[in-house]
Every structure is written in structure tokens, then in C-alpha cells.
Ligand binder design. Structure first.
Ligand SMILES: [Zn+2]
Length: 260
């Protein structure tokens, strides 16, 4: 079990990293770090510039989104993080221990276009066997209610009911990765229509890594469509090969425990 101090230290390092990686201007992004045993997570305090962050400033939040420790107000996106941990990490048993949310430029552009990011090439297939899903717009009642919590619910529904999400462009798959619904351990990224990207990982380093990867996949996909507006999905047999060699049961890419 991670101590509160450890959660705060990791969350602080993660939030400083998103600025270092160029994923967020001003305070346009947040990372949280979750301990499954205690059901608590540390998240960026609202409105504090990354350069001014220190570990004791990080509020500790329970799965109902309530602050149980710390003096500063948590990020306004805290209820979204709480829902994703509750549904994916606890209910589904996903290895989600950290979540990143930013408004990084290219991923946000696809979100604003309300488009899932197609699997055009092996860079994408190395990280996800499917299109990066885009949710629908939140409804008026979702926005008028507990908006941030409903954003989390919208993400969960998109994963669990991929056929009805309307915006998934490519849901075909192989026997091995025939995931309908999508599983948050295999597709660790999503974009929320009209808003921006969320990503996660087994550690804070991995969630920031996925935030960076998602931004690059979005950039490459846009360039691909500019060069050839008729670009099509990578053939399934190439897509499957690339995902399986990194993440399949007989993965052989990289060194043991290597993430790159
Ligand atoms: Zn946002």
C-alpha cells in the first residue's frame, strides 16, 4: 500500500512532467496517482502553476470525490478521476493507477472534430489495437448536473458500449483482441468530444507516457489525412502483429519491463 506521502510525491512529479513534456500551457492539465488498497488518490491542486507545486500541497481524495486530507482545493476535474478509478480500477480490475488529462493541441483538435483517431500506422498499433475512441458530446442534462462526474461516466459508457458510441470508426478486431467492450488495460487513451484527451497507466510515468504518445498519434494522424484524405486503416494483420509483439501473450519487443 502506498503511503499518502508517496502518493503526493508521485503526483507532484507527474504534474511537473506534463509541463516539461509540453502537454499543458498554464494550468491546463492534471495528473492523479491512485492507491487501490486504500482507495485514495492524490491530484493536482486547482489553479496552482506547475513550477510552484510541492508534494504537501496535493489533496488526497477518496472514491466518492471527497477530500480527506490537504488544505488546497483539488482540480475541478477530480470527480472525473474518481469515477474512472471506481469503475475501471475497482469494478473492472484494470491496472489503472494514474490518470492524466490535458488539452494538448493535436489530441484536442481531434476531440473538437468529434473524431476517433484511426489506426493509420504501426506507431498507433504499437500502443492500441483500436482507434482511440472519441465519446459523443455530453448531453445538456449531463452538463447541467454534476458535469465532471458525468464526463467520467461518459468515458466509462463509451468503453463498455462501444457499438453505441456512434463515433468509433473502427471496432473490428481479431480473435485475440476481440474486445467489445473495450478494455481499459488495452486502450489506455480516450478523447472526449469537444473537450480533450484523458489517458492512464499502471504508474504515473506510464500515464504521462500515454499522454505524450496520444498527442503524437493525433499529430501523425492529422498529417496523414492532410497528405492523403483517403487514407485507410492499417490492414488488420499488420495492426495485430504490432500490438501483439508488444502486448500480446508472447510479446517479444524491447527488454523485460521495458516500456519503449
Ligand atoms: Zn479539461
Amino acid at each position: 500500500m502506498a503511503s499518502i506521502k508517496e502518493l503526493q510525491e508521485q503526483a507532484c512529479a507527474a504534474n511537473k512532467e506534463i509541463e516539461h513534456r509540453g502537454l499543458a500551457l498554464y494550468t491546463w492539465g492534471n495528473v492523479s496517482v491512485f492507491d487501490r488498497d486504500s482507495g485514495l488518490f492524490a491530484i493536482k491542486p486547482s489553479g496552482v502553476p506547475y513550477s510552484e507545486l510541492s508534494p504537501p500541497m496535493f489533496p488526497i481524495i477518496d472514491l466518492d470525490g471527497k477530500r480527506v486530507e490537504g488544505k488546497l482545493n483539488p482540480s475541478s476535474d477530480t470527480p472525473t478521476h474518481a469515477i474512472l478509478y471506481k469503475e475501471f480500477a475497482i469494478h473492472d480490475g484494470a491496472l489503472m493507477r494514474s490518470i492524466i488529462h490535458t488539452h494538448s493541441t493535436f489530441a484536442t483538435a481531434w476531440a473538437q472534430a468529434c473524431r476517433s483517431i484511426p489506426v493509420f500506422g504501426t506507431t498507433h498499433a504499437d500502443h492500441a489495437p483500436h482507434a482511440i475512441p472519441c465519446t459523443r458530446y455530453p448531453s445538456a442534462s449531463e452538463v447541467g448536473g454534476d458535469y465532471e462526474m458525468e464526463t467520467g461516466n461518459l468515458i466509462v459508457r463509451t468503453f463498455r458500449n462501444v457499438r453505441d458510441s456512434r463515433l468509433i470508426e473502427s471496432t473490428d478486431s481479431t480473435e485475440l483482441y476481440n474486445m467489445k467492450p473495450l478494455h481499459p488495460d488495452y486502450v489506455q487513451m480516450i478523447i472526449v468530444a469537444g473537450h480533450g484527451p484523458f489517458a492512464w497507466g499502471k504508474t504515473w510515468n506510464e500515464s504521462v507516457y500515454h499522454g505524450v504518445v496520444l498527442e503524437e498519434l493525433a499529430r501523425i494522424a492529422l498529417l496523414t489525412e492532410q497528405l492523403n484524405p483517403g487514407s485507410t486503416n492499417l490492414p488488420n494483420y499488420i495492426r495485430e502483429k504490432h500490438f501483439a509483439r508488444k502486448h500480446g501473450p508472447n510479446a517479444y519487443y524491447g527488454q523485460k519491463n521495458d516500456n519503449t
